[in-house]
Design a protein around this ligand. Structure first.
Ligand code: ATP
Length: 499
């Protein structure tokens, strides 16, 4: 069928899409309208149905009912290829590039310019350079993907999306979760360029400040249902939160801990490879200590060393006046250190196992009686966490892999919440978590600190790190370049130090 070329027709229109997974109604009567030249935020809490909706749009899954119209033409996608052919492209959160190919080769994979039947590398690199220059991305076309940072790889994915003439609808699913502030700003200008070219961008993020910065319209899903839509400039932050969560939230940062003078963790001259250069700091009882820095500055590596995932080449780690030697993750746990890693899928969760098992795995000694794991005790503890963090699930028997991204994050955090560690290391603890559950996590952090524990939190979200930390240590190129008291600092000062 030929498209109706009426410019008033929305670029994309979704009507009444529904999808059930077993007993779970993930999406019911989803509605969505995307206009040409607009950046449209799709907002909703964890488990609201956003990913399900995007998967339908991308042709990954088929809806039980509903219609997809692009430029007024009905589509029903049986595969991702069919969706791509219809002009839909996604900038993947989990990057899909081939590490040993160059930036240019990755962007034009399968569509390389040829000369006499062979790939024309000169033209390939020239095309790529022009594309990257247009976007103001300082990345070399001939660099292998494996040598780029995650942020740079994400920028290449955006360039790739733009390189498809046919790609009119670009989906960004939590694109800033793995990149820092500076790169996020670059990405935002790139998205604005895409919109100026008449493309439509669907933007999903739990970071509301971003939505207000770049989106011009929004649609809200809650509990699998379409709630409302409108222009961004007709709504404020409080109202948006209320629509997403279904209730009002006062004081987004629930901070009520008070650091003491007693040191519970001391790190002296910690060094590793070329990545960490003689780092020393103290963590006080009752304190929430923020670690800030650009991606690759050494924040995460420092936590990896304290938890024994990596072995330091030099330096000392002292917890409650006890020097730890040859730390491994299991000895770290025995000494009261717990670690919520940055990548919950790789190092945090067993996706095929139940929520109950995932929550209790670090406290088997507590749930075991006479050498046997007590299912009852496990169940009770799992239910406590499900309630505490409002994990959206039918029951604790569900495999964690079936949960939405934000709910998976709550499970892994719940695991550590139960053992009440002396020192809790948190790397991007609220990644992918909705604004309501964020507050519960902040409350939990404050309560833990109030009980006399210490927390180190890495966060790339400026408002979060300033809102929740007592002090912030700033990292750059594997070194500490500054320390700020949060009471007297601001976002600009923090960024200036880090950059
Ligand atoms: N394969 C599946 N099997 C069973 N349930 C599923 C499956 N995929 C999603 N669900 C359920 O569907 C609901 C909607 O999930 P979805 O991933 O679409 O939410 P979301 O809005 O993207 O959340 P988040 O912000 O946390 O990523 C959730 O209750 C989730 O547990």
């Amino acid at each position: 069928m030929k498209p109706l070329l009426d410019n008033d027709l929305p670029l994309l229109q979704i009507k009444g899409v529904s999808k059930k997974f077993g007993k779970v109604l993930a999406l019911k009567n989803g509605e969505f309208t995307l206009q040409r030249g607009s950046i449209h935020a799709l907002c909703g809490g964890n488990g609201a149905g956003k990913s399900t909706f995007l998967s339908i749009l991308m042709g990954f899954i088929e809806p039980d009912e509903g219609q997809i119209l692009i430029n007024g033409v009905k589509h029903s996608f049986k595969s991702a290829k069919e969706a791509m052919d219809a002009g839909i492209t996604i900038v993947q959160q989990e990057l899909s590039a081939i590490p040993d190919l160059t930036v240019a080769e990755n962007i034009w994979l399968g569509r390389e310019p040829t000369k006499k039947g062979l790939v024309d590398f000169k033209m390939l690199n020239l095309l790529t350079q022009t594309l990257l220059d247009d976007l103001d991305f300082d990345i070399s076309p001939t660099e292998k993907m494996r040598y780029l940072s995650v942020a740079e790889q994400q920028l290449v994915e955006i360039a790739k999306a733009l390189s498809h003439d046919k790609a009119d609808i670009i989906i960004m699913d939590e694109p800033t979760s793995a990149i820092g502030e500076e790169d996020a700003q670059k990405m935002f200008s790139a998205l604005k360029k895409l919109a100026d070219l008449g493309k439509g961008v669907i933007y999903v993020s739990h970071r509301l400040s971003e939505i207000f910065q770049i989106a011009d319209s929004y649609t809200i899903f809650r509990d699998g249902q379409y709630i409302t839509e409108g222009a961004i400039d007709s709504i404020n932050r409080e109202k948006l939160i209320e629509l997403i969560i279904g209730r009002e939230i006062k004081d987004e940062f629930a901070k009520f801990n008070q650091p003491t003078d007693e040191v519970i963790l001391e790190v002296k001259n910690l060094s590793w490879d070329k990545k960490i250069k003689s780092i020393s700091f103290e963590l006080k009882k009752g304190e929430i200590l923020g670690f800030y820095g650009l991606v690759g500055s050494g924040r995460t590596e420092c936590l990896d060393l304290i938890f024994g995932i990596e072995k330091p080449s030099y330096g000392e780690i002292i917890i409650k006046n006890k020097k730890l030697n040859n730390i491994s993750p299991s000895s770290a746990i025995k000494n009261g250190i717990a670690y919520l890693t940055e990548d919950r899928k790789e190092t945090g969760l067993m996706l095929g196992r139940s929520i109950r098992e995932n929550i209790n795995i670090a406290s088997l000694d507590v749930v075991s009686q006479n050498g046997f794991v007590s299912k009852e005790l496990e169940e009770k503890r799992a239910q406590d966490i499900i309630k505490l963090f409002n994990v959206k699930t039918l029951d604790a028997d569900q495999p964690v892999g079936n949960l939405s991204g934000g709910n998976q994050q709550k499970v892994v955090l719940g695991r550590w919440a139960l053992i009440e560690p002396t020192v809790l290391l948190l790397d991007e603890p609220t990644r992918g978590v909705d604004v309501g559950a964020k507050k519960e996590i902040y409350k939990f952090m404050s309560e833990l600190a109030l009980k006399g524990k210490g927390i180190i939190m890495v966060s790339s979200e400026l408002s979060e790190i300033i809102g929740m930390s007592d002090r912030i240590i700033v990292f750059k190129d594997g070194e500490i370049v500054g320390e700020l008291e949060t009471k007297t600092t601001n976002q600009n000062e923090l960024m200036r130090l880090a950059v």
